[in-house]
Ligand binder design. Structure first.
Ligand code: ME8
Length: 512
């Protein structure tokens, strides 16, 4: 198996500012990227912005700006969101970059040469908000008797010359691919949804537009710009240097994982593999869709005025608390609700009480009673020592299995099972009492705890990079010994630990 691992986020539309929905998918992909690096894989992690199409063009017009200056501004906000959240992407792609236009042109040309694209005329419904075509049978009538998309987006009748991609010809090959690759789409509910959509029959897809200009020009026919989804999906190839087979990152294709929201699974699991197969290129290994966040029970929307901006949350609670909350609160794949109360409760109970106190209690006893030096491991281990150490040693395996199916909440539950067991162990062993009766055993208990905290902090680095780095600093773990493989070796007896400092303070809500 190659040690390369390529993971992506969706590229976000620059029609408006980032919110916690965008933050969520980026954090999830970031955890995967960081986890794979801990495993020692050669990771390429891509995020970026989707800057063409009618929706962005319209947003620029509304803002009174030309599309390029408008997208420059909003792309900057997405970049800043990533930095504020600690997203460890290796590249940030913008679809208005020359490298991307070159990749789109190359892919288009290849599809034309393969006979997969032909010129025709499109007549039908289009939703600018979704940048999607809908069949009449998919539309619904709203309370005012107006036809709208199944997503609720307004639709308009479009009639224009258009190039088509022979999607209908790929139906059987797509179904065969889903059948042969059970992990291609996750979670299971989304897989079933995609399979039944494809079984329902595919029609050829309109892949160019002539009624506006803000897009990548079709080669040899500049009246047309490419359909924004063909343009957007190609970003994943662009970043590997496509079409240059000798580009430094060419070896990262096919991607291991496209992390997306459930709203865009069809584009990724149907259109994208069809384009790739038609161009004779390998398809990604897996597409995993997250559910949707509502806010205090309501759909997040600008008109309701309940949009939660990641920057405001980070400022108030800190980036690691926000990362932890979003991944812990919502079983990945399901929908979830953001509420301030739930966030504060998880922060105080799971971070401050369970994990923060465990580290603070253990490390401050080492500081006070062991001259700040790491005591020796017990020899022999008691049953309680062995049981707790074994639980901690199983963490890398358990988390790897959960993260490979993007079950982030399960990964965190596994870690918390060990944290709670360690809190039970410390209460039961009562090292503060041993101090007077058996100082050697007290040291042994604290050392077992130090090993467990180190294992927990190591596996939680992808979720909470800053605070877990501080926790590992407090255990004097060298920077080059923070990968999963380092857990095979115990900490160094006698090492001098820096003075412990609380990592997760309790959050006290100010009463007005
Ligand atoms: O769809 N809850 O961009 P986009 C959870 N440009 N996730 C959410 C969310 C919410 N309330 N709102 C948004 C596009 N997301 C295209 C993608 S990829 C080649 C092109 C997340 O700005 C979720 O991942 O509308 C969703 O798929 C993505 O943001 C959509 O971002």
């Amino acid at each position: 198996m190659t040690d390369k691992y390529y993971v992506t986020t969706p590229i976000y539309y620059v029609n408006g500012a980032p919110h916690i929905g965008h933050a969520y998918t980026s954090i999830a992909a970031d955890v995967v990227a960081r986890w794979k690096r801990l495993e020692g894989r050669d990771v390429f992690f891509l995020t970026g912005t989707d800057e063409h199409g009618q929706k962005v063009e319209k947003a620029a017009q509304d803002a009174g700006l030309d599309p390029q200056s408008f997208t420059d501004g909003v792309a900057g906000q997405f970049r800043a969101m990533g930095e504020a959240l600690g997203i460890s992407n290796d590249d940030f792609i913008r679809t208005t970059e020359p490298r991307h236009k070159a990749a789109c042109t190359a892919l288009w040309t290849r599809l034309v040469e393969a006979g997969e694209i032909y010129l025709g005329a499109y007549e039908g419904w289009y939703a600018i908000r979704d940048e999607a075509f809908y069949g009449e049978d998919e539309l619904i009538t709203n309370a005012h008797g107006v036809l709208i998309a199944p997503t609720g987006a307004p639709v308009e009748w479009v009639r224009e010359p258009s190039y088509f991609f022979r999607l209908s010809a790929w139906q059987d090959r797509l179904l065969a691919h889903y059948e042969a690759n059970a992990d291609f789409i996750g979670p299971g509910a989304r897989r079933n949804e995609v399979i039944s959509f494809v079984r329902g029959g595919l029609t050829d897809l309109s892949v160019s537009r002539t009624s506006f200009r803000w897009g990548v020009e079709v080669p040899n026919d500049p009246e047309h710009v490419m359909y924004v989804w063909l343009d957007a999906l190609t970003n994943y190839l662009t970043a590997t240097g496509y079409p240059d087979a000798d580009a430094p990152r060419a070896g990262f294709w096919p991607a291991n994982l496209h992390m997306v929201g459930k709203d865009i699974i069809r584009f990724h699991a149907v259109y994208w593999p069809a384009f790739l197969m038609a161009a004779g290129l390998p398809v990604p290994r897996r597409i995993c869709a997250n559910g949707w966040w509502t806010v205090e029970g309501e759909k997040m929307s600008k008109s309701v005025g309940n949009v939660i901006e990641p920057s405001a949350l980070i400022e108030e609670f800190g980036r690691d608390a926000v990362r932890f909350f979003l991944l812990r609160e919502m079983p990945f794949g399901n929908d979830g609700d953001y509420s301030r109360r739930a966030l504060i409760s998880r922060l105080n109970v799971e971070l401050a009480n369970d994990l923060g106190n465990l580290a603070q209690r253990s490390l401050s006893m080492i500081a006070r009673n062991c001259e700040g030096r790491l005591p020796p491991l017990p020899s022999p281990l008691t049953d309680a020592d062995a049981a707790l150490l074994a639980q901690a040693a199983a963490l890398p395996r358990l988390l790897a299995a959960a993260i490979d199916i993007q079950a982030f909440h399960t990964a965190l539950e596994e870690a918390w099972r060990v944290i709670r067991a360690a809190n039970g162990y410390i209460d039961h062993q009562a090292p503060w009492a041993l101090k007077k009766t058996d100082a050697v055993r007290m040291g042994s208990v604290l050392r077992v705890l130090a090993e467990v905290i180190r294992a927990v902090a190591t596996v939680l680095q992808p979720f909470m990079p800053d605070s877990m780095a501080r926790m590992l600093d407090q255990l004097a773990v060298p920077a080059d010994a923070r990968g999963l493989a380092a857990l095979d070796h115990p900490l160094v007896e006698g090492s001098v630990l820096p003075a412990p400092q609380g990592i997760f303070p309790r959050f006290v809500e100010e009463v007005a």
